[in-house]
Write a protein that binds this ligand. Structure first.
Ligand code: ADP
Length: 367
């Protein structure tokens, strides 16, 4: 029998593609610490670009199967790991330790934007990612209550930076500290833009894979200035099934487009109610046309969430549904949403990196 070589193992692994990035694992540099023993034992790490990758099991299985087919392999052990990439954003890099800043916006208030922000942050943290949450909804800062930290005040470190409050596995900071809600109504866009930029930089976030930003609703000058002040790598928009909610969210999508912030996709919240008594689903806010609306806007429909009677009481008690009911359908949908958001961001980052490589290439190759 031919001796097993490292080259043969790498050749097998280069037949396995990352389904999101459409490139093989070896070319993507995802195979690390590969060891090929004389006894045919193969070990290594597969390093994904996000721990929330929904394709994790599939990639591990396909890599193991590909290597198992190589002559001379006696055993295989691939451990799964992840290092989140840091994209470049139009606003530049003002928060060096923070890799991806994802804004959560909505056309109007009351659609569940803060609920989605909080539970998305918790669901991302559950995958092992380092996650922060910034409550930037200065008009109705409900997140401190949802996290059960309404009376907590952040401490200041030796560099005079604010230390985020730890809650449910995420690092949290509220702009309510900068702008009390009753004063927020008189704040104007440019004023808040500068103050927010300073505020965000004055927080000791540490190293974060994802910072979720709960933005104010609408497309007024405050949210516009905020979106310019915070270097966002992507945005998620939230709407309820009504056509008017989609009309409003279209404006939000256009605003992010103007600011060159890529939309990762849309979450349709309160899409239906499942009646536990008769097992029927009721479209309380009307029959959803979310797929059509999303197609018209050129935005991906990331997730549809039902009305769940446990969501509000959980939030009011300071325990988001993803924490309070870990085995519920709603929590499962949030886990799927976390995977979808992370993989959309990963694809975008990959495309951006390729584009800047191409730019560099044309810069060095004389025409
Ligand atoms: P927004 O940030 O858009 O103003 P919130 O997140 O504060 O909206 O949500 C508004 C209300 O709706 C809250 O009481 C919240 O608990 C409730 N809510 C949000 N999503 C759901 C859902 N899927 N099922 C039931 N109640 C929900």
């Amino acid at each position: 029998m031919a001796k097993l070589t490292r080259e043969a193992v790498l050749a097998a692994l280069s037949t396995v593609q990352d389904p999101d990035l459409h490139k093989d694992l070896v070319a993507l540099g995802m195979i690390q610490d590969l060891e090929v023993g004389d006894d045919g034992a193969v070990t290594g790490r597969i390093v994904l670009t996000t721990p929330a990758c929904p394709m994790k099991e599939r990639i591990q299985r396909e890599a193991t199967e590909a290597v198992a087919a190589v002559d001379g392999v006696s055993q295989i052990n691939f451990t799964m790991d992840a290092v989140v990439a840091k994209p470049t954003t139009p606003q530049g890099d003002r928060l060096p330790g923070v890799k991806n800043i994802i804004g959560v916006g909505a056309g109007k208030g009351g659609v569940g934007k803060s609920t989605v922000s909080v539970n998305l942050a918790v669901a991302l943290a559950r995958t092992g990612a380092a996650v922060g949450l910034l409550d930037a909804d200065i008009y109705g800062p409900s997140v401190p209550m949802m996290l059960g930290v309404a009376s907590a005040r952040p401490a200041v470190d030796e560099d005079r930076k604010l230390i985020p409050i730890e809650a449910h596995g995420i690092r949290f900071m509220s702009m309510g500290l900068l702008v009390p809600a009753d004063e927020a109504v008189v704040w104007r866009g440019p004023m808040i833009g500068r103050a927010v930029q300073q505020f965000v930089e004055d927080v000791a976030w540490g190293d974060l894979d994802y910072l979720i930003v709960d933005l104010p609703p609408g497309t007024g000058d405050v949210v516009l200035s905020l979106s310019q002040a915070i270097p966002m790598s992507g945005a998620v928009v939230v709407a309820t099934p009504q056509d008017v909610a989609f009309a409003d969210v279209t404006r939000a999508v256009r605003m992010f487009g103007m600011l060159k912030i890529d939309i990762l996709g849309l979450v349709e919240n309160m899409a239906w109610f499942h009646c536990p008594d008769n097992g029927k689903d009721y479209p309380i806010f009307g029959q959803s046309r979310a797929p059509d609306h999303c197609a018209a806007m050129g935005v991906e429909l990331l997730c549809r969430l039902p009305i769940d009677l446990a969501v509000s009481p959980a939030a009011d008690s300071g325990r988001p549904i993803a924490v309070d009911a870990p085995d519920s359908e709603q929590t499962k949908l949030y886990a799927d949403l976390a995977g979808a958001v992370a993989s959309r961001q990963e694809i975008l980052n990959h495309k951006r990196a390729k584009r800047s490589e191409l730019k560099d290439f044309f810069r060095v190759v004389p025409s």
